[in-house]
Design a protein around this ligand. Structure first.
Ligand SMILES: NC(=O)c1ccc[n+]([C@@H]2O[C@H](COP(=O)([O-])OP(=O)(O)OC[C@H]3O[C@@H](n4cnc5c(N)ncnc54)[C@H](OP(=O)(O)O)[C@@H]3O)[C@@H](O)[C@H]2O)c1
Length: 320
């Protein structure tokens, strides 16, 4: 089978497409023929070995795990002897977390990990990136902020993968949503449900008279300091983007400032959140936005586009 790998840290050109033996499922695993896989900002950071302290986990001089791609959607081709929840022919989707390997033609995954039957409301391309934007943002909105109906949520980066998921999820949770994006994405952010939109090219959301219960800076371009005056007394500022500032504030002001790495959560918590998402998708309450699709042999171009920081929603790798 074909699989994308990287043997050293660096620009997208370090990515190679290689022939590998098709994996065989262990007794508790399913073998999935991948129809679509995700390419995320986290993938580009792993490929670059950035931030440098991440190399303590990824490998000091070169990546320990050379595979790429965490999210996938596809069809079960075979199952291990102990697997009872899935059968050959099931359309499934999920994520491999840090073990990667989804930018490939096949992947094996244990049946008790983040894996479920794909709702019919989603194509494979729409299902593959769900564990990036939706799972991450749902962790923030549900487990960290516990958004309640009527609360006012400000979402910065509302046109990105995490942001576009957060706008929809906060609406599903009954919140009033203000999204922040640039002029060209205003109509998109309105179309996914934002009640109000701030165009950051013309207006600074941190100068507002409005006070928000929750500020979710999905792209890390704000700071807690700049948002102090627009968050309610009991409100919180949270971001999935790691920086020294956020680490400092989340230590000294832990009730108000929150950072989390969703992929580090316990599997049972991720499965609980994922299961809620599957339910929402089945009900047609959420939709995945796909900006561009690339073939596996075009993964280098996909990484280049990701690095522009301008994508709207998600980009996806498809296998014919
Ligand atoms: N902690 C975790 O668990 C976790 C998990 C996944 C991802 N992440 C991190 O989350 C971050 C966001 O990922 P993503 O995939 O959602 O990003 P993304 O999709 O690549 O973000 C691109 C979007 O951000 C918008 N944007 C750029 N600058 C902006 C600004 N100053 N204000 C408002 N919007 C702006 C762009 O719109 P315009 O072109 O219109 O500006 C574009 O639509 C990344 O840093 C990623 O590493 C963290």
């Amino acid at each position: 089978m074909k699989a994308a790998i990287y043997k050293k840290y660096g620009s997208p050109e370090v990515i190679e497409l290689v022939e590998r033996e098709k994996p065989a499922p262990k007794s508790n695993e399913v073998l999935v023929r991948i129809k679509a896989s995700s390419v995320t900002r986290a993938d580009t950071m792993m490929r670059q070995g950035q931030p440098k302290f991440g190399r303590l986990f990824l490998g000091l001089l070169k990546p320990k795990n050379t595979s790429l791609g965490t999210g996938f959607s596809g069809v079960v081709e075979s199952v291990g002897s102990e697997v009872t929840q899935f059968k050959i022919g099931d359309a499934v989707f999920g994520e491999k977390l840090f073990s990667n390997g989804c930018n490939a033609e096949y992947v094996c995954i244990a049946d008790n990990l983040v894996l479920d039957i794909k709702p019919n409301t989603l194509s494979h391309a729409e299902a593959a990136p769900v564990c990036d934007g939706f799972l991450t943002s749902y962790n923030f909105l549900k487990d960290i902020a516990d958004v309640k109906p009527g609360q006012h949520v400000l979402i910065n980066g509302a046109s990105g993968s995490l942001g576009s998921a957060a706008v929809q999820l906060a609406k599903v949770m009954g919140a009033k949503v203000t999204g922040v994006c640039s002029t060209k994405n205003v109509s998109f952010v309105k179309s996914i449900g934002a009640d109000e939109v701030v165009d950051y090219k013309n207006e600074d959301c941190t100068n507002s008279q409005i006070k928000y219960d929750i500020i979710y800076d999905s792209v890390g371009t704000l700071s807690f300091k700049s948002c102090k005056n627009i968050v309610t007394q009991k409100g919180i500022f949270m971001t999935p983007v790691l920086s020294f500032g956020i680490v400092w504030h989340s230590i000294v002001n832990s009730k108000k400032v929150k950072f989390a790495a969703t992929g580090m959560k316990k599997t049972e918590d991720l499965k609980r959140l994922f299961s809620d998402l599957v339910h929402f998708f089945r009900q047609g309450k959420l939709r995945t936005t796909i900006d561009k699709k690339y073939s596996l042999s075009d993964l280098i171009h996909a990484h280049h586009y990701l690095e522009t920081g301008r994508k709207v929603g998600n980009i996806v790798i498809f296998n014919p």
